[in-house]
Design a protein around this ligand. Sequence first.
Ligand SMILES: Nc1ncnc2c1ncn2[C@@H]1O[C@H](COP(=O)(O)OP(=O)(O)O)[C@@H](O)[C@H]1O
Ligand SMILES: [Mg+2]
Length: 319
Amino acid sequence: MPAISFQSVSKTYSSARSQTGPVVRALDDVSFDIQQGEFFGLLGPNGAGKTSLISILAGLSRASSGTVKVQGSDVVTDYASARRKLGVVPQELVFDPFFSVREALRIQSGYFGIKKNDDWIDELLVSLGLADKANANMRQLSGGMKRRVLVAQALVHKPQVIVLDEPTAGVDVELRQTLWQFIAKLNKQGSTVLLTTHYLEEAEALCSRIAMLKQGRMVALAQTSELLKAASSNVLRFKIDSELPRHLADQARITGRIVQFPAHSAHEIEQYLAAIREAGLVAEDVEIRKADLEDVFLDVMAEKAVEEPLELNLAGVAT
Ligand SMILES: Nc1ncnc2c1ncn2[C@@H]1O[C@H](COP(=O)(O)OP(=O)(O)O)[C@@H](O)[C@H]1O
Ligand SMILES: [Mg+2]
């Protein structure tokens, strides 16, 4: 039995403002399974539908069609059972400002019918670097600290399936390391992890398998190692002080002074360097590196044009 199963999940949002307003198809026939014990990455640009899919999984929102199960329990018809198996860290920071950290975690335990949970709560507090904040009021905490509490809250009932929606967006390096150490340990002990993140190096390091969403559709699903193998094998990277000629710029990824070209062979690399020389430009700090997950991601997102427009009935939309 898979840990999580998405079967033909679609989701449309209609504007609350008017019945005739725009309809957004946030998810379009998404199907995949996540096996027990996997560390699975769900990637996609902003607006791709990641949070919509997780909200449906968590029972916070209903799919327009399709079925979602957590270890065999349907998230709609068997909600309580599905919810108990899941620990969800939401993308948005939601918290009750009136309680201390420990109180918030006790209340969350009570919500799952767990009465004496202080041993596990203490372990969570220590593992997430929150031990000295146990009695602090939630509203006194920094954003990063609140994020840690959200993670602790999600784990308070020892869920077998852990879902994290952009848990490291805008948080410091220290929290990222603490968090990944802890989540990796839980994964080693058998928990299944579903993660969405903008940090592709995090996904590459942590996730054994990856799905990519673009405008609500699945455009990739593979082992991380397979995705990396399928990518253009090398990247030529250098710095340059002046602007590249148009025909070269069109093929490059440019970030400030840094120029990167995907290259499949030594010959291609030579050709790029010759073209730079011919244009009278000087490339500095030249290096050749293996393609990483970010290169793969950009390739996939550029290739897979979506045939149908997904935003329907756009007339009258206020922008
Ligand atoms: N509650 C909502 N009402 C209307 N549209 C929504 C709502 N939530 C998300 N959307 C739209 O659905 C699409 C997918 O959003 P989301 O699932 O948040 O993507 P992601 O998490 O990948 O950034 C976007 O176009 C977004 O604007
Ligand atoms: Mg999101």
